[in-house]
Ligand binder design. Structure first.
Ligand SMILES: [Ca+2]
Ligand SMILES: [Ca+2]
Ligand SMILES: [Ca+2]
Ligand SMILES: [Ca+2]
Length: 263
């Protein structure tokens, strides 16, 4: 039937054929939005060919005591960094403003906000204007460089599902960038979030060795105080020698839509 239409002399019928045939292999057109069914979605007919949403972390603070991830498998949330929240939060707030590298959460394959086949990615990108204050504007452009492939998809990612926009994953990377703090985790990066067309909010974190925590913080006087306070609350024994050698961390975050510059 479609072949017959293709050969039809009637140009309107030929146009119908072209519109009906998905010719866009991956929907990364920057004119598209993360809203399923928007007018730029004509190519999104295949299950795994949904929209792509890139959301840059704009607000981050240490999560409350009862919020975070169960990192030792005892059924209870672990967030030892909570004890130093009042010391850490002002540092994060300050550093988010002048950080030139930003953390971006990417959702791809979005065919709806309840969708059993999406992918969550995480990468660091360059905020070209070096100004963290305008990153929530919705039209910021960041450079992902080699952290994404030719289609703009994050190299680090994991398949999952969305239920009402909510998902929870552990990403296969140890790198967690918070402001200018580069945390080298002992686990993957855990994310539990709710995504909407306006961005995402939720929790991000993992476990970090006391050594790596110390290394991630600068040796300024203020950071020295944080290091000492935080290390007093090390709560995980990664090497099983009976002494705690790592810290559980969870941050609450909000992330705003951001555009990727062309590779
Ligand atoms: Ca636990
Ligand atoms: Ca999908
Ligand atoms: Ca900016
Ligand atoms: Ca130990």
């Amino acid at each position: 039937m479609l072949v017959a239409l293709w050969h039809a002399e009637d140009s309107a019928m030929s146009l119908y054929f072209l519109l009906a045939c998905p010719v866009v292999p991956e929907d990364v057109d920057s004119s598209d939005t993360s809203s399923p069914g928007d007018t730029a979605d004509s190519g999104d007919t295949a299950t795994d060919d949904g929209d792509v949403a890139n959301d840059v972390l704009v607000e981050v603070a240490v999560a409350d005591r009862s919020e975070g991830f169960d990192l030792d498998g005892d059924g209870r949330v672990d967030n030892a960094l909570w004890y130093t929240k009042n010391l850490v939060d002002p540092l994060i707030e300050e550093r988010l403003l002048y950080a030139s590298n930003v953390a971006v959460l990417q959702l791809s394959g979005i065919d709806g906000w309840t969708d059993d086949a999406v992918r969550v990615g995480l990468f660091n990108a360059v905020d070209a204007d070096g100004d963290g204050a305008d990153n929530a504007s919705g039209d910021e452009v960041v450079e992902a460089g080699a952290a994404v492939d030719g289609d703009g998809l994050a190299l680090v990612g994991v398949p999952t599902g969305l239920v009402g926009g909510a998902y929870e994953v552990e990403l296969g990377t140890n790198e967690l960038l918070i402001g200018t703090f580069e945390f080298e985790l002992a686990t993957g990066v855990f994310v539990s979030a709710v995504a909407t067309p306006d961005g995402q909010s939720g929790l991000i974190g993992g476990a970090i060795s006391t050594e790596a925590f110390e290394a991630a913080l600068d040796a300024t006087e203020a950071d020295g105080e944080v290091i000492e306070a935080a290390l007093n609350h090390a709560d995980l024994d990664l090497d099983g020698n009976g002494e705690n050698d790592a810290l559980s961390m969870a941050f609450e975050f909000s992330a705003a839509p951001v555009l990727l510059s062309s590779p």
